[in-house]
Design a protein around this ligand. Sequence first.
Ligand code: 1CP
Length: 361
Amino acid sequence: MTELKNDRLLRALARQPVDVTPVWMMRQAGRYLPEYRATRERAGDFMGLCGNPDLACEVTLQPLERYPLDGAILFSDILTIPDAMGLGLYFEPGEGPKFRKPVRTEADINALDVVDPDADLPYVLDAVKTIRRELGGRVPLIGFSGSPWTLATYMIEGGSSRDFRIAKQMMYDRPELMHQLLDTLAQSVIGYLNGQIRAGAQVIQIFDTWGGALSHAAYEEFSLRYLQQIVSGLIREHEGRQVPVILFTKGGGQWLERMADTGADALGLDWTTDIGQARRRVGDRVALQGNMDPTILYARPDRIRAEVADILASYGTGPGHVFNLGHGITPEVDPEHAGAFIRAVHELSAQYHESSKHREG
Ligand code: 1CP
């Protein structure tokens, strides 16, 4: 296997010394980039893009051509699992994801099988292999999945939702049925992520985008429990290296200690948590990833730079920080502003890693 030319991301996730803080962005391959829009046009639509390993590889690499990012993230979507379960994922132009056959009844849930990634999602595993080959060891490749709870919300609601009315009704009225669905999803996620690791993913992130919509007790029972099951079931070493796992619960700032208990290597933070306080709470148990408000990217580049400086100062000196946005970059952001953000992280973070430079000689 090729040597990694830039292993800052892996080092930071393992809380080892780095020269500067590594940075990548959620949704770094996406609609804010004109070259992405052009490739999606060629693919026909979003699912055509996800389903074509060569085009998925092309859009994965696009942000790396523009910016000195420290990681690549597989171009795919969390909703490939429910699609593989037969729910019929589609995208109406200008609208979010939708399912032709949402899951609403006991019979619907009984009919779901655990996904076999080799048989049901070969295009994702092929994309991972193609991207690893084309990366040539430039930076590590991040594979990902949605959390069972987050996937369940889309499957039950049939798409995006404001209040998760139908999903929560099932959770409160038929908890045993919800657990059956979440367990099927957790088993599917474990197989899918292990498939991505065997195909070449070097870091794993689990997106629990809607965990923050749950009550304290419901988060433990319906989201965290399954995050734990997944972390316990993942391959943790491959190609002679650790494969770090990052858990990101949007709105999960109050549960960081419990998330660290799962044995994950790193926690993703949204922008509502102070990263310095988070660091004091979790100590050296996990690395932290985050956490700039993505809408700051609409502000002037000097304002973006000041925000980066504040977050770096809040985290403080020493390793264990991966810079990221607190959620995905949005389609209307000016690509120049994204560039200013990434440059600022590298330029302003060196001072927080001085001692590591001396130690490395
Ligand atoms: O091209 C387009 O118009 C479609 C927009 C788009 C993109 C670029 C969607 C539809 N998905 C993606 C790619 C994607 N999705 C990636 C890879 C790109 C990268 O990160 O560089 C990843 C990691 C995701 C993950 C994803 N999909 C999440 C979790 C992260 C998050 O945003 O919280 C979620 C919730 C989804 C569902 C989804 N897919 C697409 C959209 C617009 C949504 C969100 C819908 C909603 O808000 O409910």
